[in-house]
Write a protein of this length. Structure first.
Length: 238
């Protein structure tokens, strides 16, 4: 019997899932990496003339930010894994000690997808013979939980942290090569806003939002953050 219309190849589904998770991590890290150091550099440019101070402060912020963001990604991944393990343990208890209730819930699932009463009973009886298969089935279709990658937390931390560093170096790069903070800020604004626009365009295209509007929105958020930081610095300087 030809079943290719009914089931995606497991390898393809797994690859797609992992790619989506990595892409989400990169978007999170790159978004904050471009915006926060940009605002910091702009704010310091409104208060000091020395680019060396801005470079030192910027690098310190990128280091701290990448660690904080990476740790946040790691904790989120661990929480997801711990939640899955906790629910899996509870499900094993239920199929062992509340077997009839779990069989009835399994029948209800098959009833909801349109199987006849006879097929509901047969399918529930067949799947309940293998405890692990039954638990996996209930985890996915009753609770809507996919088994997380055990290395997901570490991968997420690295993806987010490294993306933050790459994004953070963009607004800081002009300050490495110029002595005047005002002149460096002008180049930083042009380069960073362009990167934010391009980043926002592709991010929106991947998430199904109008890419031009998404690009403009991301760029405006970065511009407002940097402008506010620069204005506050000038205000306190005055």
């Amino acid at each position: 019997m030809d079943t290719h219309l009914h089931h995606d190849p497991p390898a393809h589904r797994e690859e797609h899932m992992k790619s989506s998770e990595a892409l989400r991590d990169i978007v999170i890290g790159m978004s904050d990496g471009l915006t926060v150091p940009f605002a910091l550099a702009a704010g310091l440019s409104g208060a000091v003339d020395s680019t060396s101070i801005i470079v030192i402060a910027g690098i310190a912020e990128v280091a701290a930010g990448s660690i904080a963001m990476g740790l946040g990604g790691y904790l989120a991944g661990k929480t997801e894994q711990d939640h899955y393990n906790s629910e899996e343990k509870r499900e094993y208890y239920e199929v062992e000690h509340l077997r009839e209730r779990e069989i009835e819930e399994t029948r209800e699932f098959f009833a909801n997808i349109g199987l006849s009463k006879e097929l509901q009973d047969k399918a529930a009886d067949e799947i309940s013979r293998d405890k692990k298969q039954w638990v996996d089935f209930m985890m996915k279709y009753e609770l809507g939980l996919e088994k997380p990658d055990p290395k997901r937390a570490t991968k997420s931390a690295l993806n987010i942290g490294l993306s933050y560093i790459v994004g953070g170096l963009v607004p800081l790069s002009p300050y490495f090569f110029m002595d005047s903070s005002t002149e460096a800020l002008k180049i930083s604004v042009l380069v960073t806003l362009l990167c934010l626009f391009v980043f926002g365009f592709f991010k929106s295209k991947l998430t199904g939002i109008n890419p031009w509007w998404g690009a403009l929105r991301v760029m405006l958020i970065g511009a407002v953050a940097a402008g506010a930081a620069f204005g506050v610095a000038k205000l306190f300087e005055g």
